[in-house]
Design a binder for this molecule. Sequence first.
Ligand code: SF4
Ligand code: SF4
Length: 429
Amino acid sequence: MVHKLRISSLIFIHILILLHVYYFGSETIGSIDFQEFFHSFIKLGVINAGGLLVIFAFLFTLIFGRFFCGWACHFGAIQEFSWYILKKLNINPQTIDSKLVTILPFIILLNFYLIPNIYYAYQNDWSLSIAMNEPEIWEFLPGFVIGTLTFFIDGFLIVYFLGKKGFCRFICPWGAFLKIPTSLALFKVRKTGECTHCHVCTSECPIGIDVSYEINTFDKVVNSNCTSCMNCTSGCPSNALSYKFSNPLNEEYRLNQFLTKNNAYTHSNISKTFKKIRKSDYYLLGLTLLLGFSIDSLYGMGHFMAYGIGLIISYIILEYSKKYSKPSRLLLTVLFISIFIWHGTVKYSIWNGIKLYNQGDYNSSISNLERVVNLYPKKIGRFHIILSEMYLDSNRFEDALEHAVIAKEINPEHIAPKQLIEIINSKRN
Ligand code: SF4
Ligand code: SF4
C-alpha cells in the first residue's frame, strides 16, 4: 500500500513537472530547480520558485525527514526504476558500502554551490527581491543530449556498478544539503517491536541502508540517507518498525551513529548483496575527484554527469576490474587514465588560454588555445574567433583567416567571424 502510494506520488509529481515545462512555461513560475536556492537566493538575494522549494524542503525535512528525496525526486525515481529493471533482467548488482566516498556530495555542494555563491554575495551588493518567473525553465539545465546522457549515467549506469541509488549516496549535493535536517528530524523509523533479524527491512531499503543493524544498535534508523520511503516499516514481517515522532529533548544522539559503523552489512542474510570497499575509500574518493574535475564542463557536461562518470570509471579501475586478468586490467586502466589525461589537458589549456588572453599575453594564450582546438573533439567557434583575433593582432593574417573561416563554418549565422574575415582581407590587401 505505502509502496503504491509512493509510486503514485512520483508519477503525480512528474505529471506536474511536464505540465509546468510544456503547458504553463515560465511566464508565471520559472525554474523550480534546487540549484536556484544557491544561484539566485544565496548569490543574489532573489527569491524564486526553486529557492522556495528548497526552503520548504529543508523545513519539512527537519520534521519529517527526507520525504522529498523518496517521494518527489526524479533522479531517485529513475534509479529505483533502473534497479527494478535490472532485477527483472536477473541482473543483481551488489550495493557498495563505502564510507569515505560519501563525503563527495558535500564536496560538490561546497565547491560548486555554496562557497562560490556565498563569496559572490560577500563581494557584491546582496539585496532581497522576489522574481517568481525567473529564471527561465531551461536556463541552467543541459540540452536534450546531455540531459538524456546524465539520466542514463546517473540513473542507470551508476546503479549497475554501485548498486542501490548510487547517485543519491555518492554524488547528489541536494541530498547532502538535507542530511543535517534529516539527522535532526522529529519523525524517524524506530524500533517498536521484537526484531527477528530476518533483514527483510535491509533488503527492502531502496537506498541500501542496513536498517536491521541500525534499529538494533540505535533503536532507530540514524542514517541520514533515509528517504522516509516506508518500505521497511511496511515490509517488516514482525511489525517491529514504526515511523514515529520523538520529543527532540529526549532524543539520544550518540557519536558512533555518525561514524563508520563497521559491523553493518555483515549479517549472513544480506552480506552477499553488499560489497564493502572501505579499504579503497581514499583511492576511490581521490580518483573520482581527479577524473570528475578533468572532464567537468567539457562537451557541455554538468557536475552531476562529470562526477558520475568519474565515480563509475574510478570504481571500475579500482574494484570492478579485479575480476579481469592482470593484463586486461592494466590495459583498461591505461586506456581510461589516458582519456582523462587528454581531457584534463584540454580543460587546463582552456582555462589557461582564456586567462592569458584576458591578460593580453597573446603568445602564450595562442599556444594553449591551439592545443585546445587540436585536442578537443568538440569544435567550439569561440576559441577559433579568439585565436583569429590574436593572430590578427600579431599581423599573422593567414593564421587569423584560417581560424575565422573555421569559426564561420561552425556557426554560419554568427556575425563575429564574418566581420573578422572582412577585416583580415582588408588588411591583407
Ligand atoms: S524486517 Fe523487521 S524483523 Fe526483520 S530485521 Fe527488519 S526490523 Fe527486524
Ligand atoms: S530506512 Fe526505511 S524508510 Fe528509510 S529509506 Fe530505507 S526503507 Fe526507506
